[in-house]
Design a binder for this molecule. Structure first.
Ligand SMILES: [Fe+2]
Length: 289
């Protein structure tokens, strides 16, 4: 079976659906599951945005697409429905840019570890600390990041740290292991996550958060990969230089796992650039193939 993993979406939920449909079409593969590693950008209303997201949404309109999905136009609803005839709904874990209170309330109302967050059911949030079967693989979900301001859900982290080594096949996190890159002379990544991977020894770990492709890194019998962000900002917020003015999908933001061989491949295909725009027409993209 094939599982596709998607990096930080930051609101561009229509791009992610479009990229999944194109991946299926252009590779001619059936996708059995789609997993998104957090920073989906799930906020129920503009008033609930966090400060960073509120800043970025100005000048990056597609970062507000989660709101389009919550209250879809007939055309977008048709696009999402036809996309979901070709690819499964996304499962995703919390990043550090979500409305965590809203997500917790959805889980509470549903009394479930997995809950849809949009009316068409395109995105299903998995609460931290759960292991669910995805494409036949025991898949553990740990969202959020190691930081003073946020940190992992303590019970979830400790449950996984106490679990039997090898008892899960895939670990999905938002954060990445310690030492995966360097920024201004400081090593980035989560020491607590490195410790967890070294203990739990899943066959595969996938994370995001650092917005660049990194991997494979080996930890005992685990191969760990982090994904680039799916699209990112139009311009560099420090220098105002153009970075991704067309708002196209980035190489390295999607990875595909073959569960038979456990081969994991970053997608660098040229068609990624075709999934682009400030207001992506999903229905047209789905029809075009
Ligand atoms: Fe992010």
């Amino acid at each position: 079976m094939k599982v596709a993993f998607f990096g930080d979406v930051h609101g561009r939920v229509v791009h992610a659906l479009g990229a999944a449909v194109m991946l299926r079409k252009r590779r001619g593969i059936r996708l059995d599951a789609l997993i998104q590693v957090g920073d989906l950008g799930s906020f129920p209303s503009p008033e609930r945005l966090d400060d960073a997201t509120r800043r970025f949404i100005v000048g990056n309109p597609a970062e507000g697409d989660f709101f389009r999905l919550l209250d879809p136009s007939p055309q977008l609803a048709e696009g999402v429905r036809s996309a979901l005839e070709q690819v499964p709904a996304f499962l995703y874990v919390s990043g550090n840019h979500e409305d965590h209170d809203w997500l917790a309330a959805l889980h509470q109302a549903a009394a479930a570890a997995v809950t849809p967050v949009d009316p068409l059911g395109a995105y299903r949030h998995v609460a931290c600390g759960n292991v669910i079967e995805v494409a036949g693989q025991r898949t553990a979900f740990l969202g959020r990041i190691e930081s003073d301001a946020m940190d992992y859900d303590r019970a979830a982290y400790e449950t996984f740290l106490a679990a039997e080594p090898g008892s899960v096949d895939i670990l999905v996190t938002h954060d990445g292991p310690h030492g995966l890159s360097e920024y201004r002379g400081i090593l980035r990544g989560s020491p607590k996550l490195s410790r967890l991977i070294e203990h739990l020894q899943p066959r595969l770990h996938v994370g995001g958060h650092y917005h660049h492709e990194n991997g494979p890194r080996r930890y005992g019998s685990t191969l760990s990969y982090t994904l680039a962000d799916l699209v990112g900002a139009k311009t560099n917020h420090r220098t105002s230089e153009p970075v991704n003015p067309r708002q196209q999908i980035k190489a390295g933001s999607i990875g595909v796992l073959d569960t038979e061989t456990y081969d994991f491949e970053y997608v660098h295909d040229a068609w990624l650039a075709e999934v682009s725009g400030d207001e992506l027409d999903l229905a047209a993209l789905v029809d075009a193939g």
